[in-house]
Design a protein around this ligand. Structure first.
Ligand SMILES: [Zn+2]
Length: 79
């Protein structure tokens, strides 16, 4: 059976999503508060935080955690 285009795309995506400098969820959650603050204050995302940003784009569970955190931080600011 020949490999379909869809299968090739899936494979390429799988390989592309595994980057050597990518954080795991544990490392991400250790820095997530710092990153949320950076975003909230509109600060520049530095090199180490770019890895967090990349992780958040690819990891739905950390993304959910980040959104919760951001909402909580915004809530504090508005009070
Ligand atoms: Zn994660």
């Amino acid at each position: 059976m020949p490999i379909t285009d869809e299968q090739i795309k899936a494979l390429v995506n799988m390989i592309a999503s595994v980057q050597p400098d990518e954080l795991d969820c544990d490392a991400c959650s250790q820095h997530i508060a710092e990153f949320a603050e950076t975003q909230l204050l509109g600060k520049t995302v530095d090199e180490s935080q770019q890895a967090i940003q990349t992780h958040l784009e690819n990891c739905h569970c950390c993304q959910a955690e980040f959104n919760d955190l951001l909402a909580a931080l915004k809530g504090i600011e508005e009070e």
